[in-house]
Design a binder for this molecule. Structure first.
Ligand code: IVH
Length: 663
């Protein structure tokens, strides 16, 4: 019996690992999510019945049970070095000259990589199993973050293949995709992270791995540390071996024969970097041959055979016209600088966040100041420096608000004295943000219900909560200023349509703290109706993978709050019929936006669009940075060029067929 169980456990683990690798490393999917969940559930069951057979490398052990007290320290067997930086072509050439001198007459080539803006990590595999994951720390000693790292699906718990070295330390970067970063920040409001790197560091250092698991971190391997036997004689081949062992290696690595080629690649990426869905802050140049790396050696903190090229920071100088205080949907007050419009990284910036009042004080930003702004993670512009020498004589110190700027109600400071919150539950400022969020594109997606109209609806007293939206009548809207009959009819229509919106969108729209689109989808799939989510007890919520105690708590409490309860009941009473999650035929293209161009052999236009939809993808007609890939048939023209200029992946029909499992 135990023998049978052991065999089945091994089979299931192998199967699950194979699908994890396909999905998280090769971005392919052979089975549906449901089939995967079934395998996983079976493994869990057999393991529960045979606890003596549970091992640390089982896929079921990715998420730990209980939060821990702190982090153990790990001494790196091979130190984790840092890199020296260059900021210009000239500095790169100077580096190349030093290399040439150091290596004498022998020829050499380079490998050029993206410098992923995340957190360095060292993964130690013994006999193919992940035993420790540690942060860089001071380069000699780091924190043991094994439990958290195990929740990152791109990190294999077991290496693939038969030729696995006894000891292999893999060095690489843990990062947070920009989309996940933006989503996380939208949820966090006041506690927003300044950039994906900070968000990654924060997630890796969480004491509760269940929260880390929900942060959607990913990983690229870029080097080795201690190895029992070298994987290859050079860096390039070593990376190829890592790939074969199941580790994700960034697809954009390139070989370069000389410094001119290095420079061309670096400058190219400095323009293309916005096309990536993760943040890079530069490039890393490495001498390929290990023997030559050794010849060059290292200074105290950085190797002489490698160099980073940092992209120029995207900064701009402008003037602060005024400083506003904004009220968030949960009452947090945020200072925002209104700026003289200025061009920055491809957009015109008129406003910039100053995070919190502590930051205002630290920077001493005042209306009238000249400031430097920067795009953090190329997403939110921020004020980073005040040019005090340019300050006009008559500026005034910005004073912290003593009351809510919208409702003039009482405000409260948090324990740390950093955040100030309006505590009036009937604050119109909070209501406006809640409604904006509810109607927003990522939530209920109610067309025509924009900010101006929401303001009017609140001012006229027509809407005091989400449920009131569904009581609005045509006449009431048509009577509003600047509102024609046609627009009024459109709004009524859009609101009515939203009653049949997908369930997860309704759940997301409520604005429950910590619950974003992704978690809302998990809840919708698990419970199938809003009523069932409301009724769920804390234990049930906590037991859901990726929910964890903080979120479970927040969901549970939300539906126990008297005011929330009333509104949700009213919402349900007004004919709300959200659509439960559909069983998709396949998830092979889930979340992917695809542009089709040219003539295809196996599909008509309609057929290809159906094939994309049936596999969970979205087809779009124009290529942008958001396009995941372009499917190019015969005689494809400008779209193909656009894809190439934006570094969007291009696939042919055969590859598409392989992706959907029809090849
Ligand atoms: S190699 C001895 N390669 O950049 C070489 N580092 O500024 C050590 N990083 O601590 C690093 N992408 O966190 C290397 N492709 C890449 C990288 C990379 C990002 C980070 C890494 C390192 C930091 C140095």
């Amino acid at each position: 019996m135990a023998e049978d169980a052991k065999k089945r456990i091994e089979q299931l683990r192998d199967e699950i690992r194979r699908h994890d690798h396909l999905y998280y490393v090769l971005h392919r999917q052979e089975i549906t999510d449901q089939q995967y969940d079934k395998l996983f559930a079976e493994l869990k069951k057999v393991e529960e019945a045979n606890p003596q057979l549970v091992t640390a490398d089982s896929p079921t052990q990715r998420v730990s049970g209980e939060p821990r007290e702190g982090f153990e320290k790990v001494r790196h067997k091979v130190p984790m070095l840092s890199l020296d930086n260059t900021y210009s072509e000239d500095e790169l050439r100077a580096f190349d000259e030093r290399v040439a001198k150091g290596l004498g007459d022998s020829g050499y080539d380079y490998v050029v990589e993206l410098k992923i803006d995340g957190v360095a990590i060292s993964l130690r595999y013994e006999k193919g199993k992940l035993v420790t994951a540690a942060t860089r720390g001071d380069g000699e000693v780091g924190d043991d973050v094994t439990t958290n790292a195990k929740t990152i699906k791109a990190i294999p718990l077991v290496l693939l293949g038969d030729n696995v070295p006894d000891v292999l330390e893999v060095r690489g970067e843990v990062y947070m995709p920009i989309k996940s970063f933006a989503e996380l920040n939208r949820l966090r409001e006041e506690e927003a992270f300044a950039n994906p790197r900070n968000a990654t560091a924060g997630a890796l250092k969480l004491l509760d791995a269940r929260i880390t698991a929900g942060r959607n971190l990913s990983f690229f391997a870029y080097a080795t540390g201690q190895v029992s036997e070298p994987l290859a004689s050079g860096h390039w081949d070593s990376l190829q071996k890592l790939k074969k062992l199941g580790l994700p290696v960034n697809p954009h690595i390139k070989k370069a024969k000389n410094i001119d080629e290095v420079i061309e690649i670096c400058l190219g990426w400095s323009k293309k970097r916005e096309s990536l869905d993760y943040q890079i802050d530069g490039m890393v140049i490495k001498i390929n041959k290990f023997s030559q790396q050794e010849m060059l050696g290292a200074t105290g903190r950085a190797p002489r055979w490698s160099m980073s090229y940092k992209f120029p920071a995207e900064q701009a100088e402008t003037k602060v016209e005024s400083i506003d205080v904004q009220v968030g949907k949960s009452g947090t007050l945020t200072p925002v600088a209104n700026l003289s419009p200025v061009q920055l990284a491809g957009t015109v910036v008129k406003r910039a966040s100053i995070h919190n009042f502590d930051q205002v004080k630290r920077l001493d930003v005042r209306a009238g100041d000249t400031v430097i702004i920067e795009k953090a993670g190329e997403i939110i512009p921020q004020v980073i420096e005040v040019k005090k020498e340019l300050r006009p004589a008559d500026t005034k110190v910005f004073k912290e608000p003593k009351e809510c700027p919208v409702c003039e109600g009482q405000v409260e400071k948090d324990k740390e004295g950093v955040y100030i919150r309006c505590i009036n539950p009937n604050c119109k400022g909070q209501l406006k943000e809640q409604l904006k969020y509810f109607a927003g594109r990522g939530q209920m997606d109610i067309e025509n219900l924009g900010e101006a109209l929401i303001e009017q609806l609140i001012e006229t007293g027509l809407v005091k909560n989400f449920a009131d939206l569904y009581k609005l009548e045509f006449g009431q809207l048509a009577d509003l200023q600047r509102m024609g009959e046609k627009s009024a009819a459109n709004v009524i229509d859009a609101i009515d349509k939203s009653k049949r919106q997908q369930l997860w969108r309704l759940v997301a729209g409520l604005g429950i703290r910590h619950v974003g689109g992704q978690s809302a989808q998990i809840l919708a799939e698990r419970f199938g109706s809003l009523e069932a989510i409301i009724a769920a007890d804390k234990k049930t919520l906590e037991a859901i993978d990726q929910i964890g105690p903080t979120m479970a708590d927040s969901i549970y409490e939300y539906f126990r709050d008297k005011d929330n309860k009333t509104v949700v009941e009213k919402l349900l009473a007004c004919g709300m019929k959200p659509e439960p999650p559909k069983k998709r035929r396949s998830n092979k293209l889930a979340g992917k936006t695809i542009v089709v161009t040219g003539t295809l052999e196996n599909f008509s236009r309609q057929e290809i669009q159906k094939a994309i939809k049936d596999n969970g993808g979205k087809s779009s007609s124009s290529v942008s940075k958001k396009t995941d890939f372009v499917l190019a048939g015969k005689e494809s023209g400008s779209k193909l060029e656009k894809a190439q200029s934006l570094a969007v992946a291009v696939i042919d029909e055969q590859q598409f067929l392989e992706m959907i499992g029809k090849a």
